[in-house]
Every structure is written in C-alpha cells, then in structure tokens.
Design a protein around this ligand. Sequence first.
Ligand code: ADP
Ligand code: MG
Length: 708
Amino acid sequence: MPTDVLGTPLQFLKGVGPRRAADLEKIGLVTVEDLLCRFPIRYEDRGQFATIASLRPGQRASVQGEVLSAHVRPTRRPGFRIFEMLVRDPSGSIRAVFPNQTFLKDVFKPHQRVILYGAVEVRPGTGLQLASPDYEILSGEAGDAGEPADDHTIHTGRIVPVYEKAGTMTPKLQRMLVHQALQLVGPPGGDIDDPLPAALRRTLDVPDRRSAFEAAHFPPAGARLDELNAFRTPAQQRLIFEEFFLFQAGLLLKRRRQRADRKRRSIVIDDRVRDAARAVLPFKLTGDQKRAVKDIVDDMARPEPMNRLLQGDVGAGKTMVGLLAALVAMENGFQVAFMAPTEILADQHVLTIRRRLEASRFRVVSLTGSVPAKRRREILAELQAGSIHLVVGTHALAEDAVAFRELGLVIIDEQHRFGVVQRAALRGKGVNPDVLVMTATPIPRTLSMTLYGDLDVSVIREMPPGRVPVKTMAKAESRREEAYRVVRAAVDAGRQAYIIYPLVEESEKIDLRAATAMAEHLAAAVFPQYRVALLHGRLKPDQKDRVMASFAAGETDVLVSTSVVEVGVDVPNATVMIVEHAERFGLSQLHQLRGRVGRSGHESTCILLYQSPLTDSGKARLQALVETDDGFVIAERDLELRGPGDFFGTRQSGLPTFRVGDLARDAAIMEHARREASDWIATDAGVAELAGRLRHQWKARFGLAEVG
Ligand code: ADP
Ligand code: MG
C-alpha cells in the first residue's frame, strides 16, 4: 500500500501557516490531494520570449534578461512607494514597476538573470514599462514558499497554469504550492493512491496518476495549448475520467444495494386491478404512455422497490401514467404520496385525480403548507390510520410529523426542484416503497446520468394525438400592441390567454409591483371588455385557488401571472402565451412556459417580448425557442449556453460538485466512465475493490446526501 501522502494537510507546505491554512480551507482545500485537484482554469503560453526592443504597448509578453538596477522609489502620494527595476537583454532595456511591493528590494539584486511576464504599458515621459509582471529568478537565492530550482521555472518561460483567484489564493500562490506538493508526493510514476483499479488503468492505457497531476498543472515542453485549454490532454482526461468513474461506480453500487432491498409485499395485477385502471381512463394512452405504464407496473410487481424516472416533455401526459401507478398501489391496499413542487400544482393534481377517481372508493386529500392547523391534524391522523388513500402535497409531505399506515408508492413530480434530502425523507415513511420520479424538463443525457444514474428510466417522447405545434415568435417590446391583437383574436374566438411577468428573488418586490400594475393597466385600458385576473405566489391560498379555478373554468379570459404557472398547470382552452421580458428567463423555463399552451387541437401562439438590446446569449435563447419545440433539443442547447450549474436555474438541483470534471464540457467522458463503471460493478471482485473506497469517499467527494 502506498502511504497516504496525498492526504497530507496543506499546513505542511512551506508558506502555509495556520492563517493561510484557514483561508485555504474556506475554498475547500485541506489536503495535498485537494490542491492537486484544483485544476487551472486555463493555460497561458509564456514560453516564447520577446526581445525587449520588439515590445509594443498593449501586448502581454515574456522577456528574459539581466537586472541592471533595483530600488524603491517614493511617490508624491504619502506612504505610497514603488519598487522599480531595470532589466536588459541584448536588444535593449525596459523598466518593471511593482507599486507598493517594497519587499521586492530584498528579492531582486543587480546581475540576476530573470524572466518577466506581464502587460507592456507606455507611461508619458518615461517610455515603456512592465506593470507588476510575474517574475522568476534564474540565478541567485531561491525565495520562500517553494521557489523552484534554477533550471525549472513555474510562473514564466513555459506554458503556465492560470488558476482562479479565491480569497488570498492567487494564481501565483497556487502555482508555488502545487509545485511544492508535486515534490512532496514523489517522482512521476511513483506509487501514490489511485482510485482507478490497476487492471482498468492497464486496459485504458492511461498515464499514471502522479504524472497526470504534473502534466495537468505544469504541462511538458511541446504540449499543445489548444488541447490544454480544451482539457483534452491525456493527463487531464485521465483525471476527469477518474472522478466520473468513482461517481458512477457509487451510483451503480447504490442501485445494486437497492435491488437487495425488499418491499413489504409485491403488487398483484389481476383482472380487478385492470378493470379499475380501464375505468379511470378518459382517453386512449399513447404508445409511449403504455410502455411507461408497463415498465412501472412490472417494477411494482417485483419484490424489490421500484426506483424509476419518468421523463417526458411538457404535455406528454405523465400525470395519467402516475395516476395509473397510484391506482394499482391503492387497489393493492397501499397508500400513495404524490409530491408536487408548488401548491398550485398540488391543488390541480388533486382536482384532476379526484375527478378521475370519483366513482372509486379511494379518498384523495391535499396537504400543503397552507392547510389550516386543525384540518392538518385531522389529515395526519387519517393518514396514520390509513383512511386516506392518496395524499397530494408539496414538500410539506416530507415533514417529520407526516406518517402513514402503509405507504407503498411515492410519486414525485418535477423532481429536480426537490433536494435529494426531501426525496429520501418521503421514501423513509414507508418500508422500501416504490418510488416514481417524474420530470417535465427534458434533461440532457449527461445530466440525467449524473442526477438519476441510480434510477431506471422511462421516456415519453410521443405527444398525445391532435396536438398542433405552438407558433412561436420573438418581438421587441415596442411591438407589444401586435401581441395584444393576438390575444383579442383568441379571446373573441372563445379561447384564453396567459401574460407572464418575470419574478426573480433578488428583485421580487419590484417585479411583483410591476406585474400588479400591469394587470391593472391591462384590465382597465387594454382589455376592458375581457375578464382579467392576476395570479402570483404571494396571494393567499384560497385567493390563488379561486383565481386558478376561475381560469380553469373559462370564467377568466386573460390570466396575468408571474412564473408560478411555469410548472404543470393544465388549461387546454388557453392558446396564447405572452412572456414579458423573455430575455430574463432561462431557455428551459421558457420552454416550460410555452408548454402551458398548445394543449388542445386549437392553434396556439407564444410571443416572447424582449427588451432591446439583447445580449448574445439572450438572442441565442430566444432563437432556439423559435426554431424548435423539441424539449430534448432545447435542453441540450440550454446546457451548452448556461453550463450545468445554472441549467436548472436553482441551487437545490441536487447536482453533485465535481472538482475537475465539467458536465457540459466533458459529457463524452461521463458516458465512457459510466460504461466502465458498469462493467466493473458487474463483477463481485470489482465491487470488493471499490466498495471500501466508495463508502469512505463518495459522500464527501460529491457533496451528496445518501439518496433514497
Ligand atoms: P405532463 O406530462 O406535462 O404532466 P399532463 O399529464 O398534464 O402532461 O397532460 C397534458 C394534457 O394532455 C392533459 O390535459 C391530459 O389530460 C392530456 N392527455 C394526456 N394523455 C393523453 C392521451 N393519451 N390522449 C389525449 N389526451 C391526453
Ligand atoms: Mg405534469
């Protein structure tokens, strides 16, 4: 076994005292391994030396020369002094200035050979100078904090790693620390801890880990800058692969463990259950819906719990699939918990489900944060007694006080809005219940593999019949009147319309005021002949219900709303969607909004009003939406445009934190890692080799709670 030199606390490095160690810990750096896994954000070629005579203002350049003079110079500003030196090469000489860095007088001495890299500036009267360049001394005393030996430069004279500055961790400091750390862990090819199984390393023919760290931080002479900056060198790829491999192995192991769990009893599907299911169906299922129902029911009939993701674009008809699953569970004497992300949506599900189950003996209740205390107590008691069969609610369902007599199925709608913790909490209220997760945001494959790698997946791509694609256009807001004309035409034909205003947390109050004022203006001045209502998240629950119910019943013509209607709301008669300030929404969010219309056979229109001038990414978002209505294509574009962190537009997306890998950039590596991990986990020897490591590192490494 190699000694755990990678686990050495950073305090053992020269230049890291207790204060600095505390600073480093704040950015997540505790051990040598943490440091080595903090990759450069880019690389800069400082290996080409310019002759001093050729320097031009505005350029960044490396020069190599001899120090002629070095001194501290006062300025007119009291207390402000500048260290200044003159450096010469065979073509000429140039001044280098370092404001306020008087300590450099003890670093630089005449006759030293130095390399400088920095911006060339011109100062009136004094000519060209290098401003606070990075420097390296080729002869003379080595400095502190691990300055390299004479023939080995780290800040200049080579391809140099550039790190993100964070607190007191400057790019230069990290370079010095990484250089030291690499000395500490021993020579390339050395025996350091490596999470990749040895046999896999041989098969994949990857560089050894120690060499990979070296090459990723201090690329060898001749390395290609473009490959480095695309993170495509063998060294970088190997380290990214390693991280993804461990992650996928952990997910797959978890899945293996779950398969060993047993439900209280498996579900039985007989003619009675089939008849009950047929009785609630108001329409024929699409082929994809049928396949999804079959996947789900097959899972439910097994002794181990279901862990399945149902993916399908907005309007694909997931609710009915979920309802059928619920019915099967209830016919088998189990209770069902159905968790939705918003109260509006939970209430809507309750309405739909009650209507479908009217003729059945099952009791359906809604439990959200706004249920009054007394009613809530009654519901809790009935859930525990088992006299409520299906409870639909928000995250209030995950609270400790909620207990069931026999919870057999958990359905989670619009999954990515919930933290994994809530998912696990709800699951924990039954004995290994079946879990069905539904998401309406088509998710790029890489993200789905990452977020849901421990789940089986069913996908609904086919839309219910009779759908007419939504006509989408983007217009500058100066053309708002045209949008209003579309609304009038639709309402006069008996249809309904949404007008959506952005509401973001940072400016919630202002946004809300804008939406409220606009609703009043629309009602009074623009659409005086129509019934206009306002819906937003701050309304009291019963007000919200009234507004929603009135719109659903066709008693409101124009619904002005903030983005609360984004998720799931289903009013087929609404055919016009106007989005104000569309440039402020994310791509997937706009796609979700657009999904509120086009839910019937009537032609629907979505108009995205934007404020000029648009940013490039704003333009790209609106264009993508106009061009396609395929949610999966849109999801890929969104990931490209925004990066994985922002993809879901929410912090609690449950995405793990990767140190070296990047989900948008390294999708192909994730695919590869998943395949290899899957092969590895398929053998008992493979599991044995990884299980211990994963038990200790997986949770800490990827910042995830144990997912249920
Ligand atoms: P989502 O997948 O976004 O949750 P919904 O379940 O809300 O979609 O379904 C959207 C609309 O399509 C609803 O009005 C629903 O009743 C209807 N629908 C679903 N499946 C079918 C089907 N097979 N045939 C006709 N209409 C359907
Ligand atoms: Mg839905």
